[in-house]
Design a binder for this molecule. Structure first.
Ligand code: KIV
Length: 272
């Protein structure tokens, strides 16, 4: 049993900061519904992210941009209803915080009140500093997200590794320091060079959670559906598949269909 599991009945933002101080790595996964979140929570995950990747993996959109605040609240409320231990962080979706800091606060309050979330996550650095400060002033824990920020995909034009050039790497460090100073409890670093991610995790004292950012950060996050092997088409280098659920589900459905067609299901013991 991990130290965190022994010591903490419920993971809080403070727990995560203690884990960083003690050198215990933080395990984070996404979840979007009651059933999966319950399994993930009982298995001992530290943080559940109700990511706007729900736009891709739940709704089938090409990007994270279309998902709405109402839809995020629906997913988040379903997750919160089954979670007993993990910290539940919810993404503010595109369009729910970019206009101004008042809108950012209003959206965050809805997520906290209507979904019962424990924290929110926003993509971006200095350009959304006002919003981050305003949300934090209201007592809502905020997680930052730097590097590849999928809500800006049409600005980047590509999902390739970010901050390989000196200027972008320097700006990322400045943004990470700003997020720490503002009071964020952690930062997700997505798809940046491992060396840079390691440098950021040494410079700032808040936990750095990587996805495609190498091993030398304070924790890791993956999209649940990807690590369970539910999407064969998505194969970035950083993804490790722990199951081939795509094949397992397909096998089960084929067997069920055959049984129904052959009148093998239901059998005598499976009826009233
Ligand atoms: O939406 C999401 O799933 C995320 C992770 C990739 C960090 O933001």
């Amino acid at each position: 049993m991990s130290k965190a599991k022994e010591n903490y009945a419920r993971i809080t933002t403070l727990t995560l900061s203690e884990m960083k101080a003690q050198g215990e790595k933080i395990a984070m996964l996404t979840a979007y519904d009651y059933t999966m979140a319950g399994i993930v929570d009982k298995a001992g995950i530290d943080v559940i992210l109700v990511g706007d990747s729900a736009s891709n993996v739940m709704a089938g959109h090409e990007t994270t941009l279309p998902i709405t605040l109402d839809q995020m609240i629906y997913h988040a409320a379903s997750v919160v209803r089954s979670v007993e231990r993990a910290l539940v962080v919810v993404d503010l979706p595109f369009g729910a915080y970019q206009a101004d800091s008042k809108e950012a606060l209003r959206s965050s309050i809805r997520i906290m009140k209507e979904a019962g979330a424990h924290a929110v996550k926003l993509e971006g650095g200095s350009q959304i500093q006002d919003s981050i400060e305003r949300i934090l002033q209201a007592g809502i824990p905020v997680m930052g997200h730097l590097g590849l920020t999928p809500q800006s995909i049409y600005k980047f034009g590509t999902y390739t590794v970010r901050a390989k050039e000196e200027a972008e790497a320097e700006q990322l460090i400045i943004d990470a320091q700003m997020l720490e100073k503002a009071g964020c409890f952690g930062i997700v670093l997505e798809k940046i060079p491992a060396k840079l991610a390691n440098k950021v995790s040494q410079i700032v004292n808040i936990p750095i959670i990587g996805i495609g950012a190498g091993a030398k950060v304070d924790g890791q996050v993956l999209v649940l559906n990807d690590m369970l092997g539910m999407n064969k088409e998505f194969s970035p280098r950083f993804l490790r598949r722990y199951l081939n659920l795509d094949e397992e589900i397909s096998k089960a459905v084929k067997n069920y269909t055959t049984d129904v067609k052959n009148q093998d299901f239901p059998n005598i013991k499976e009826q009233y």
